[in-house]
Design a protein around this ligand. Structure first.
Ligand code: EPU
Length: 418
């Protein structure tokens, strides 16, 4: 199992490039199951979750060819409409193939996802939505079976809780349904909009993606398309915080400043200088005088839960008390105990973390527990004095492409050891 060995105290300077968004690439690959024609996808990051998604697609009958940095995905027919437990247990986003499979071939069998480090994370809303579109759902032997032998029909779906992959899954189910579907209280994340853009290129009729009401008029079939995945806003945000926490100055290229509003605002309030450089770069510069800033995670366009752990690492370094409130997942504080082992002063009270800042962090052996917790520990390690060894780096590899190489390119001392 790989570990990262980090020597702290280095200031990051230079330019660092962001990869394609993992959470956009996952539904984009799932969308390829909706057509027998070839879909060309650019900007798919080379990270563990995408490798799992590719395996899942191949299991169902897709052929995937890497050509000049793009992926060519062709699914002449679905031979195996199934997501087996072995793949689902390593990646919950596997449930994203449920909608496309039922839409394309009238049946799907997907292993139920188990618990997960950041919370219970049920998929009841995906199933409710499929039922509203006319599918019959059965749950047996740890699997969910959805069937609509006569095809799905349009319907009105209201989400009690805003769900990102639930919105994506049902959008993909509805594009081939008979008639109009309306998704209400839908997720507004840029990744939902990116998926709608791809589906539209494939011939789908979708209006309102990026707002809380999405209207979809079903079509008979979809065609092939060419699409580039949007840049990863969480990776970009992680690097902006890396610049701040190391007292550095980074130009973060290939990013979408318009997707980073809440983070840029929060960092600006905290005293980090953020400047837009052209249309696709930002420059994050530490000014030296940080202020504590309370933060609450929210659905987009609010502050992303996927940057909460990283933001917390930064707040351990500022004057004063910061209250961080996690509203999306009930248990997304697995990084706290590890940060405390490095010298941070953080107390959990229900959904709130109370961070007493200005603590000197010192390197220590720590264990990564999930993807974003790992990023938080890496940031803390770069700010700490001495050596930190981060164990279970496979969590980081699920979502960050070549992160240690990119950070080393701007001055970090990070090494991967087996
Ligand atoms: N929820 C339900 N029922 C459902 C679906 C969701 O109760 O059927 C609840 C969840 O338990 C949670 C809330 O709704 O409390 C929001 O969950 P959501 O469904 O939006 O999360 P997700 O779609 O499973 C995606 C990202 C996550 C990100 C969340 C929130 C992908 C592949 N994953 O997950 O990304 O944290 O949205 O923004 O898009 C990550 O990249 O590290 C990551 C965890």
């Amino acid at each position: 199992m790989d570990k990262l060995v980090v020597q702290g105290g280095r200031t990051l300077r230079g330019e660092i490039e962001v990869s394609g968004a993992k959470n956009s690439a996952l539904p984009a690959l799932a969308a390829c199951l909706l057509t027998s024609e070839t879909v060309h996808l650019a900007g798919i990051p080379d990270v563990r979750d995408l490798i799992t998604m590719r395996q899942l697609l191949e299991h169902t009958g897709a052929t995937i060819k890497p050509v000049n940095g793009h992926l060519e995905v062709t699914t002449p027919s679905i031979v195996n409409p199934e997501a087996p437990y072995e793949l689902v247990k390593t990646m919950r986003a596997s449930s994203l193939i449920l909608g496309p499979l039922v839409a394309r071939c009238g049946t799907a069998r997907v292993s139920m996802p188990g618990g997960c480090a950041i919370g219970a994370r049920p998929i009841d809303l995906h199933l409710m939505g499929l039922e509203r579109l006319g599918a019959t759902i059965r749950q047996e032997h740890g699997y969910i079976e959805a069937s609509a032998p006569q095809g799905l029909r349009g319907g009105r779906i209201y989400f009690d809780t805003i769900t990102v992959t639930g919105t994506e899954d049902l959008m993909m189910a509805a594009v081939l349904a008979d008639g109009e579907s309306i998704l209400e209280n839908a997720a507004r994340e840029p990744e939902v909009v990116d998926l709608a853009d791809l589906l539209t290129k494939m011939g789908a009729e979708i209006e309102g993606a990026g707002t809380s009401v999405i209207r979809i008029r079903g079509v008979k079939s979809l065609r092939g398309a060419t699409h580039r995945i949007i840049p990863d806003r969480i990776e970009a945000g992680t690097y902006a915080i890396a610049a701040a926490i190391t007292g550095g100055d980074l130009v973060i290229s290939n990013c979408r400043p318009d997707h980073l509003g809440a983070l840029i605002h929060k960092l600006w309030q905290a005293g980090v200088h953020i400047q837009e450089v052209g249309r696709d770069s930002i420059r994050a510069t530490a000014t030296g005088a940080f202020r504590s800033q309370d933060m609450s995670t929210e659905e987009y366009p609010g502050f992303p839960t996927d940057l909460q752990a990283q933001y917390m690492a930064l707040m351990t370094q500022v004057e004063g008390i910061t209250i961080i409130r996690e509203t999306i997942f009930e248990n997304r504080y697995m990084h706290v105990q590890e940060l405390v082992r490095m010298g941070a002063n953080i107390r959990i009270d229900g959904r709130e973390a109370i961070v007493a800042g200005s603590r000197k962090l010192t390197g220590a052996p720590v264990i990564a527990s999930d993807l974003r917790a790992s990023a938080s520990l890496l940031l803390a390690a770069m700010a700490a004095s001495g050596e930190t060894v981060i164990d279970r780096v496979y969590h980081l590899d699920r979502g960050y492409e070549r992160i240690e190489e990119k950070l080393a390119g701007v001055g970090a001392l990070v090494e991967r050891v087996s």
